[in-house]
Write a protein that binds this ligand. Sequence first.
Ligand SMILES: Cc1cc2nc3c(=O)[nH]c(=O)nc-3n(C[C@H](O)[C@H](O)[C@H](O)COP(=O)(O)OP(=O)(O)OC[C@H]3O[C@@H](n4cnc5c(N)ncnc54)[C@H](O)[C@@H]3O)c2cc1C
Length: 401
Amino acid sequence: MKHDVVVIGGGPAGCETARLIAEKGYRVLVAEEHRQIGEPLQCSGLVSLRTLQATAMPDDLIINQIHGAFVHSPGGETLFFREQKVYALVIDRAEFDRTLSERAQRAGVEILTGVRAGIGEFFTDGVSVKLKFRGGESTVRTCLVIGADGANSRVARRISAPKAEDMIRMCAAEVELQCREKDMVHIFLGGDIAPGWFGWVIPVDEKHARVGIGVSGRDKHPRTFFNKMVKAHPGIFQGMKIIRGTSGVVPVGSLARIYGRRTLLVGDAACQTKPISGGGLYLGLLGAELCAKVAAKALAKGNLSPHFLREYQRLWEKEMADEIQTALRHRNIFLTMSDRDMDKLIRFLSRPLWQGIISRYGDIDYPSRLADKLSFAGPWAEKFIMAGFKKILYYCSATRA
Ligand SMILES: Cc1cc2nc3c(=O)[nH]c(=O)nc-3n(C[C@H](O)[C@H](O)[C@H](O)COP(=O)(O)OP(=O)(O)OC[C@H]3O[C@@H](n4cnc5c(N)ncnc54)[C@H](O)[C@@H]3O)c2cc1C
């Protein structure tokens, strides 16, 4: 075998996993279906400083710094907070991906672009991967496949990994837009604008922004809701011109299995995204670290059985299960809220005490830390108590039956 590992997908999770395994002395191939790493862009590029520090990224990837937000309720209430501290950074996402892929290449990873890959057959001593490229096909044999092929992962389907609880379909774009406060993002809530999710404006500079909405549910067309958001807020979107679309899908949930026979999943393919915001870069890179660690250990021991690879699931859950489960609990409460509930909540949170709590505990990588504090906010607490009651009633009727 020419390669010890084949990584399917050359996004950030795939390239970072490949680099970390190659640095341990293994031969790694990355197959990416698009001709250029980082394109087409399907992201708004909002990350924490922590994400950039973890990957030691150069500062010149940072385009803008975010100090606060306006959160708009469906009925026109607005929650506002702005602090000295930097909540998030707007980065050049395509360049971010390219930097990760160049680093992987420097570590010895071979990257093939314009190549669609898929698992072929499993053997006792390896697995075959089919590579399809313009004008041809070939097969390579390897010890281990890493599925880093994004939200609609074929590798995940091939190993019958559980499906994500929800797939948020996003209509998003880079736009020309006057951003009066270029350090403030806008978040839009409401069933008419972004059912089951939210809409956003992330300023890039005074004249450009990244705009989008997400919707939960297959029957809803994201583009329709994008237009509704723009129409509902003429003061914010006046004169907006779309430069290019960046739409895509984000999986939400917690996968009970992110490994299989000679296979590991990482990044969006493993549903390593934040259930409240959909951000996947921080978690995907964290996943890459753990995935590479277990892959290298399995290769060193020559043990690629699902039983051994299960270690990855254990490490991932130890690191992130609490955060993701808490975030999912809050998301489920959010899904029960009517537009009127949201108005009430935003009005309530606009009080100075709650604004202070939001400023203090707001963290885009660990939103559950703030969400847990908000569980004590009147309208949110009511929902939690109601959800608790419903659970108790359900258990009582189930045990009686
Ligand atoms: C509109 C939108 C906005 C977002 N904004 C943010 C944000 O602001 N901050 C944030 O942290 N996250 C954001 N995300 C999420 C983030 O983009 C993803 O979580 C992240 O890209 C996941 O990285 P990945 O490497 O797992 O997958 P991807 O980046 O999706 O990479 C997977 C790669 O696999 C390739 N591939 C797929 N199938 C095959 C195949 N069969 N053969 C070969 N190659 C294949 C694809 O071409 C792709 O390059 C956003 C997502 C969307 C849709």
